[in-house]
Write a protein that binds this ligand. Structure first.
Ligand code: ZN
Length: 266
């Protein structure tokens, strides 16, 4: 039986009728003192091409709500700033020196161009842009949590935080999260098509190849609900040979992240 990520803890808290203001509650609280929050910062862009993204982010406040959810759920040793800004490159990254995540408008602009052709309405377009940026947001947040909570990751950190991003979206964000995880996967499919033009694939890189990241995320999406996402196998996106092990792979990874983060749930 799959343990429900975080919800299990929330259920335990509520069953104990625990009043967090009472000292006696402290044995159930996070193992570190909560000294920080995610702080969202939207820098006004100079390039007018980025103005629309800036406005969508401000108007929808989608990331502000998500940051609030995380702040309510996880104790952090210090503030982590998430800056939406121009960086002169299509990128997003976490800087451990400054404890800041940069979400570059240039990268979101790229997602916008990928999805603009496919969206059938303005609303769908706005949703697709946000969905695509959400996966990246949780991926970078994963790097920040690994660093700040000193999580003992073995194997590739890049693969681990891809998993964390997919799991948070699939476990916590309902249909929006499912759409975002799929949007995240299909971005890697687009990147893989670009990589195919390279003379030599970057096997030496810290990231897995985009095609591998695509299949790993699809596997988690399918594994989270094989009935609902059976179309991924039927449409030929996820080979049956991999799909067979995805439900157990998903369950194991949810449990692993649950164990890693459990000392920090508030
Ligand atoms: Zn990364």
């Amino acid at each position: 039986m799959r343990q429900d990520f975080k919800n299990l803890y929330l259920t335990v808290f509520s069953l104990l009728i625990c009043n967090p203001w009472l000292a006696s509650c402290s044995i159930f609280a996070a193992e570190i003192e909560d000294k920080g929050d995610i702080q969202m910062i939207y820098s006004p862009p100079q390039d007018e091409n980025h103005q629309e993204i800036y406005e969508i982010l401000q108007e929808t406040q989608e990331f502000d709500w998500l940051a609030e959810d995380i702040n309510e759920a996880i104790a952090m040793p210090r503030d982590i700033a998430v800056k939406f800004e121009e960086c002169d490159e299509e990128n997003a990254y976490y800087d451990p020196e400054t404890v800041e995540i940069s979400m570059c408008y240039e990268l979101i602009q790229k997602y916008k161009e990928i999805f603009a052709d496919e969206a059938e309405s303005d609303d769908e377009y706005v949703t697709e842009v946000i969905n695509a940026a959400l996966f990246t947001f949780y991926h970078e947040l994963g790097h920040a949590l690994v660093d700040q909570l000193e999580l003992p990751i073995t194997g590739s950190e890049e693969d681990a935080v891809d998993e964390l991003a997919a799991i948070i979206l699939l476990e916590e964000q309902g249909e929006l999260g499912e759409d975002s995880a799929l949007a995240g996967a299909f971005q890697f499919d687009v990147d893989a098509a670009e990589e195919a033009e390279f003379e030599e694939l970057p096997y030496w890189g810290e990231h897995s190849l985009s095609e591998q990241r695509f299949y790993n995320i699809l596997c988690l999406v399918y594994g989270s609900n094989p009935q609902k996402f059976n179309f991924l196998v039927e449409d030929g996106d996820l080979p049956e040979e991999r799909a067979e092990i995805c439900p157990s792979e998903y369950e194991r990874k949810v449990n692993s992240w649950d164990t890693l983060l459990s000392p920090y749930w508030k």
